[in-house]
Write a protein that binds this ligand. Sequence first.
Ligand code: MTE
Ligand code: MO
Length: 321
Amino acid sequence: MLIRKPGHDPLSSEITPEAVWQSRREWMARAATIAAAAGLSSWANRQAFAQAPDALPAKPNGAYSVMDKPTELKDITSYNNYYEFGVDKDQPARYAEKLQTRPWTVSVEGEVVQPKTFDIDTLLKLAPLEERVYRLRCVEGWSMVIPWVGYSLANLLKQVEPTGNAKYVEFTTVVQKDNMPGLRYPVLDWPYVEALRLDEAMHPLTMLVFGLYGKVLPNQNGAPLRLAVPWKYGFKSAKSLVRIRLVEQQPTSSWMQAAPSEYGFYANVNPDVPHPRWSQATERRIGEGGFFTPKRKTLLFNGYADQVASLYQGMDLRANY
Ligand SMILES: Nc1nc2c(c(=O)[nH]1)N[C@H]1C(S)=C(S)[C@@H](COP(=O)(O)O)O[C@H]1N2
Ligand SMILES: [Mo]
């Protein structure tokens, strides 16, 4: 597990995996071309890298990956929002070491034909792991590009068979009182709850994530499993999931409850709909230059409009913020 302790410089052992990942990515692209020509599977080649205990080998899914340069591992793992560990960006990396990620189960319940409690190690094998490079846009105005490891949430939802009454999917995240110093502060009404409409949850881009950069998720990034919903603001991508409940009525998320005029149910990335206290037109890409580097223009649906705009046809995106 990669944990950065205060006053501790990153060791070369913490830097290497990313460097390996980057060169491996270039190598894989070339190997894929060669393998395709030779009729071989590049996936087989990749197995050779599956040796470290926390390695999580995954088949690259180029069709679902953006070409943006991935954010450095050290930034992805040291600049976090995980309020259960504190509201400052460096607190999750400092305190999440205490999070207990085994044993771990996720119950899938509510409006389903086959409710079931899954062990984390069963979930890991439920569908083939894919590596997908997604953008993550925080509602606060910064963004990252993260190579996630996981599979479409739809794989899990299909197994439990949603009933005709299931219209929404509610996600509840873990509460570990003794291990999470942020729970002492009433910033949110814990546990952290998020939700999606059923068709959003079933969309192939909606991902159940177990790792990043080819390794198991660092605790501060939501170990042992979290969501990644790349066309929505980052707060929809709930970390450390323990319960998935299919329901008929639209759930109230923790953020909607805390500040209903600021955070809506949909939270689709939209440069034309400002947050009441700041613009959403631009964003700062973490790791990209310094204070004077021009900001990037935020894209409608975070650049995923071709894939997801049809989900919102006929809806007023200003009213449904
Ligand atoms: N349980 C939980 N999940 C959470 C949060 C949180 O505070 N608690 N923060 C959200 C927010 S605001 C963002 S931007 C992303 C950040 O994910 P990252 O730290 O892996 O970049 O996690 C989301 N998931
Ligand atoms: Mo966020």
